[in-house]
Design a protein around this ligand. Structure first.
Ligand code: SF4
Ligand code: SF4
Length: 303
């Protein structure tokens, strides 16, 4: 269904542990008429906190893997010799190490190696108590290609837009890897969450460089800003130099970890945070409206 009244925002952080998911949960609580996507598929955790009912489970395959049929194998050892990934030993293939190149299958003189699509994970369409839809995924241990799973997950979510969907809120992966790139596709705005530490600042700069390539507007939230006011000040100067909007500053507060322990968003746990996150969402809306949202061809509309 085509609906471009909605705004798609992605919450990212240059590194893990910055409070990205707390921010995603708070913004999801504030936003009305939303679809929520937990695109941090390597370490999904929103489903632990959001009370949801699963409507549909879909198997995901990241690609093909090789498997030796013992009944046909004559133990010639050729497959082990040619596997560059050292995935074969004692005429058996370690699935986690198999990169799915298919070479062993082609060289086996006995045609004893199956090379088929295998299940690498699952993704879910679920509903929250307020009838919002919530999409999340699980990647099986040792499986790669999480970027492809993020794309599948987002595609599933965007196939279920409603006429009145206003927000698609995507909690992305930390870092700047393949799943982050996949989560950025089609997004209108990126919310970057940063903590005032030297490593946090460094990783944040790498993320801003990536966003320049994608040309997606962004804003930053400094979390726990009062833990190191010196670095927080440097981050603010950097934001100003780079013309990145400071969306808000969140103080260090044990209530954030208490909220997570009680499986609540910070808004649910401590209502005094409502104005702060209301204000952040209003700023995001205004910044998106200034530029417009992209249509299917990548051009901006609603200017
Ligand atoms: S190449 Fe084929 S026959 Fe030879 S060890 Fe491998 S699976 Fe067995
Ligand atoms: S498919 Fe490629 S990586 Fe996997 S076991 Fe065969 S040769 Fe090794």
């Amino acid at each position: 269904m085509t609906n471009r009244n909605y705004k798609q925002i992605v919450i990212l952080s240059g590194k893990g542990g910055t409070g990205k998911t707390s921010v995603a949960l708070a913004l999801s609580d504030i936003a009305k008429n939303k679809i929520i996507v937990d695109a941090d598929v390597d370490a999904a955790n929103m489903h632990i906190i959001l009370k949801h009912k699963i409507n549909l489970k879909i198997d995901y395959s990241g690609g093909k893997k090789a498997e030796i049929d013992e009944t046909k194998c004559t133990k010639c050892g050729l497959c082990e010799e040619v596997c560059r990934f050292d995935a074969i030993s004692n005429y058996s293939i370690d699935r986690a190490s198999c990169e799915g190149c298919g070479f062993c299958c082609r060289v086996c003189p006995e045609n004893a190696i199956k090379f088929e699509l295998v299940k690498s994970g699952e993704y879910y369409n679920s509903s929250l108590e307020d009838n919002s839809e919530f999409y999340f995924a699980r990647l099986m241990a040792g499986e790669g290609n999480s970027g492809k799973l993020v794309s599948k997950l987002k595609e599933e979510a965007l196939n279920h837009l409603h006429e009145n969907t206003e927000w698609v809120i995507v909690d992305g992966s930390p870092g700047i890897g393949c799943p982050v790139n996949a989560s950025l596709t089609g997004s209108d705005f990126v919310v970057m969450v940063i903590e005032p530490t030297l490593s946090g600042f460094h990783d944040f700069k790498r993320l801003t460089e990536l966003l320049k390539i994608f040309k997606i507007p962004s804003g930053a939230i400094i979390n726990k800003y009062n833990l190191n006011k010196d670095i927080a000040g440097k981050i603010e100067n950097y934001l100003s130099d780079e013309k990145i909007v400071l969306l808000g500053k969140i103080p260090f507060d044990n209530n954030f970890s208490k909220a997570i322990r009680e499986l609540k968003s910070i808004i649910d746990y401590d209502i005094s945070y409502t104005p702060l996150f209301n204000n952040i969402l209003k700023k995001i809306k205004s910044l998106i409206n200034q530029r417009g949202v992209k249509n299917e061809t990548g051009s901006y509309i609603n200017r």
